[in-house]
Every structure is written in structure tokens, then in C-alpha cells.
Ligand binder design. Structure first.
Ligand code: FPP
Length: 251
């Protein structure tokens, strides 16, 4: 990757500890359809989807992926039935409780993005504990987006920035893209290089809107519960073959 281009396209701080980060973000779509095709409840699809999360996390280091960000629950997902929302929240709690040890031992650092205000206290405590527990790891940076929406994130960032200006710690002249990015939930992350969406839908659904300005997109037909590490590796290696110009021209 061309170094100059990399610095110019990114608004993120450069203290992620990686000289050459490779950040893949996943929109894990298709759990509901996967379950319905089998005459099962949608939640079954989410539970199988959680197993795929485990598999893909394991596959990342060998695929050269240093950062993986996954979209687990959007700000729009509250519109689903109470039973699906409740089931997903239970699944997130179970995932944290059951996976914490394996993630710690595998060198994975876990962080969460999204607005925690609407989440139950028990879930938020588990999220905090897992972040703390894995804070010393750096083999893979796993970021889980829960109650996350790109517009909501930029709105919250703008509110925090406005407070800084109101209280005189910043002036409007300090505000540029890099400054705003420091107020985003993703301030500790490099921008995604590749965004993968499963299940055949070609939409970005409010995911990492700011951060994906120069990302490559892969929309693949496979439903998330069928997404294997082998397919993940194929998609990731296709990406390696693409030329990226970040708005410039090839020398
Ligand atoms: C979208 O599929 C998926 C979700 C809203 C939930 C994603 C959650 C998981 C993969 C569960 C595991 C996550 C963690 C972090 C343990 P959909 O339900 O919209 O599928 P559909 O489009 O077929 O209805």
C-alpha cells in the first residue's frame, strides 16, 4: 500500500500500534433468512451466526487481518420484535461470558462501539469487563458494534465537539476531519480497508459511514451462518489483488 496515500486518506490517529494494519469490517446479514429457510425461529440463525463469528475471529491472524469490526446490532434493530431483540441481547451476554477466556488466550483485544445508553446494565458491565480483561492483547483487534449507527455516531461526536467549543477547550478553527474523527467511537481504529456484507444485499445500512470513505466493498450472496473461514480467506485474498488509488492516480 502506498504510504503517502494511506496517511492522506485516513483521519484516524496513527497510534494503533500497527505499521501496516489491515482492517476488515463485516455486515453479518442473513441470519433470519437462514433460519426461516429451515423452518426455525430467527434466533436460531443468530445463534449459528455467533458460531461463525468465532470461526472468522480465529481465521483473521492467518489471513493477515489485524483489525476485525463486526456489526452485531444497529440503532435500527430496536424495531424488531421484543422477543428477537431480547434474544439478541441474551446472545451477546452469553457470547461475552463463554468466549472471554478463549479471546484472552488467543491474543484478541475486544472493544465495543455504539451508544451504550440504551443497553441493559448487565450487558454494559460485561462489555466493560471484557474490554479491560483483553486490554493487553494486540494480535487481533476485534471491535463489536452494538446499538451502533453511523449517523448516530457522527451526531454524538458533533455533540461532544460542541461541548469542547462551548467550554473553550477548542475553537471552530480547530475543527477539521482529523479533529472530528477523534470524537468518533472508532477513534482507536484505522479506517476499514475492506467491508464485507453477506446475504446478497448491496447496502451499507449506516455502518461505518465516515470511516469507509475509501474502503473497498464486497457484497457476497452467502448468508452469514454459512460464511466459512475458507470463503472469508478467498474474499480477503481477492482484496489483496486490487489496486487502490484513494482518489489519486497510479504512478
Ligand atoms: C442481520 O441478519 C444480523 C443481525 C441483526 C445480528 C447479527 C448478530 C449475530 C451474527 C450474532 C452474533 C454476534 C455476536 C457478536 C455474538 P438478519 O437477522 O437481518 O437476517 P435477515 O436479513 O435474513 O433477516
Amino acid at each position: 500500500m502506498h504510504d503517502e496515500a494511506k496517511v492522506k486518506r485516513s483521519t484516524m490517529p496513527k497510534d494503533t500500534g500497527y505499521n501496516d494494519p489491515f482492517h476488515v469490517a463485516c455486515i453479518m446479514d442473513g441470519n433470519g433468512r437462514w433460519a426461516q429457510q429451515r423452518g426455525r425461529r430467527r434466533l436460531v440463525g443468530h445463534y449459528v451466526g455467533a458460531q461463525r463469528v468465532r470461526d472468522i475471529v480465529k481465521a483473521c491472524p492467518d489471513a493477515g487481518v489485524t483489525h476485525l469490526t463486526i456489526f452485531a446490532f444497529s440503532t435500527e434493530n430496536w424495531k424488531r420484535t421484543q422477543s428477537e431483540v431480547g434474544g439478541l441481547m441474551r446472545l451477546f451476554r452469553r457470547y461475552i461470558i463463554h468466549e472471554a477466556k478463549a479471546l484472552l488466550e488467543a491474543g484478541v483485544r475486544v472493544r465495543f462501539i455504539g451508544d451504550r445508553i440504551r443497553l441493559e446494565d448487565t450487558l454494559v458491565s460485561l462489555m466493560d469487563e471484557l474490554e479491560l480483561l483483553t486490554a493487553g492483547n494486540s494480535k487481533l483487534h476485534l471491535t463489536i458494534a452494538i446499538n451502533y449507527g453511523g449517523r448516530d455516531e457522527v451526531t454524538r461526536a458533533a455533540q461532544r465537539l460542541a461541548v469542547e467549543i462551548e467550554q473553550g477547550r477548542l475553537t471552530h478553527k480547530d475543527v477539521d476531519a482529523e479533529c472530528l474523527a477523534r470524537f468518533l467511537d472508532t477513534r482507536f481504529l484505522p479506517d476499514p480497508d475492506l467491508v464485507i456484507r453477506t446475504s446478497g444485499e448491496a447496502r451499507i445500512s449506516n455502518f461505518l459511514l465516515w470511516q469507509s470513505a475509501y474502503a473497498e466493498y464486497e457484497f457476497i450472496d452467502t448468508l452469514w451462518p454459512d460464511f466459512t473461514p475458507e470463503e472469508f480467506n478467498r474474499v480477503v485474498s481477492r482484496f489483496g489483488k486490487r489496486e487502490r488509488r484513494f482518489g489519486g492516480v497510479t504512478a
